[in-house]
Ligand binder design. Structure first.
Ligand code: AHR
Length: 314
């Protein structure tokens, strides 16, 4: 059960340190662990910060409790990685009333009043979804399949999360330009391996003519690959289904090298350095842009993955 890690307050905190409360979604994926590590590596006492970290275990109510506790503790900054886009107006108004600047990170929020946060450090999930669509169109053309009917299934991330909404929307935009692409079904997988596997099993039982699987994160992809192989089917460049994934964590690039994934659209988890720099700029009274996007790329099997992986931190 969830116990907020921010209820203990009596620790003496060096007054020269910048106190930052971080409300994290959970630990649902390899990507999430990499992003948490990146934040923890930067918000250290050596770097002038005192971080209070809360893992909300994929529940918005836990995140709201954590933010309320940060307000009670009078932290200097609140960093919120919002599990879903909506439902933040009240608690962020409380933070604003208490004079605590809020930085939104990774996933986006939808608010009545955007002044409730000072800046956001985001991944561009709509662009990720669009790029996946463009990649698929090019790939099908190369394979001489651009005139064929193409049956697609999608494994969606946590419903209402900006990463889910953006990837779904971006891909749908490109799919709408291809009359021969048919999205058979979109099924939720909550960004976890177990649910990815479960949903893929359901889809395989229902459809025997799937050409493409679009899986909105790598952990769901790992589960989906397990389900496909357990059903005696295959995916990847030599398989009977094209597998497109998002995140591009190390284990997924290894799966790509093993021939199980065709392409992977990066969601960059290395957000700690930009977060620390942003807080420093705010401390100096500088104006910070309302939206700051982290850089993102993609990988496919035409690339020298072995070399690319050498310099990769996650
Ligand atoms: O918000 C980023 C998404 O959340 C990543 O794609 C996923 O792995 C994580 O759980």
């Amino acid at each position: 059960s969830y116990t907020s890690s921010v209820t203990q307050t009596e620790t003496e905190i060096d007054e020269n340190l910048i106190v930052v409360g971080v409300s994290q979604v959970g630990a649902e994926s390899d990507w999430r662990i990499a992003q948490t590590n990146s934040i923890k590596e930067e918000l250290t006492t050596e770097n002038g910060f005192y971080m209070i970290f809360d893992n909300a275990q994929q529940k918005q109510e836990n995140q709201i409790k954590a933010v309320r506790n940060f307000i009670l503790q009078e932290v200097d900054y609140i960093v919120l990685d919002p599990i879903v886009v909506s439902g933040w107006d009240n608690v962020l108004q409380n933070a604003k009333d208490a004079g605590i600047p809020v930085i939104v990170i990774d996933r986006n929020v939808e608010l009545e009043d955007d002044s409730l946060y000072v800046t956001s450090i985001l991944t561009d999930s709509e662009a990720e979804g669009r790029n996946a669509g463009y990649w698929l169109a090019d790939y099908l053309e190369e394979q001489g399949r651009d005139e064929e009917d193409i049956n697609i299934v999608m494994l969606l991330g946590t419903e209402g999360a900006s990463a889910q909404i953006g990837r779904t929307k971006g891909f749908a935009e490109v799919a709408a330009d291809h009359e021969n692409w048919k999205i058979l079904e979109r099924l939720g997988g909550d960004f976890t391996q177990a649910k990815g596997r479960e949903s893929m099993e359901t889809l395989l039982e229902k459809y025997d003519d799937i050409d493409v699987v679009i899986s909105e994160n790598d952990n769901m992809t790992f589960g989906a690959v397990d389900a496909i192989q357990a059903a005696g089917r295959s995916c990847g460049p030599d398989g009977d289904m094209i597998m497109i994934s998002f995140d591009a964590v190390r284990a997924a690039l290894e799966a790509m090298m093993a021939g199980e994934i065709n392409a992977d659209f990066e969601c960059n988890p290395l957000q700690g350095p930009l977060l620390a720099e942003t807080i420093r700029r705010l401390e100096n009274g500088e104006e910070v842009e309302k939206i700051q996007y982290v850089d993102e790329t993609y990988f496919d099997t035409t690339m020298d993955l072995e070399t690319l992986m050498k310099d990769r931190a996650y």
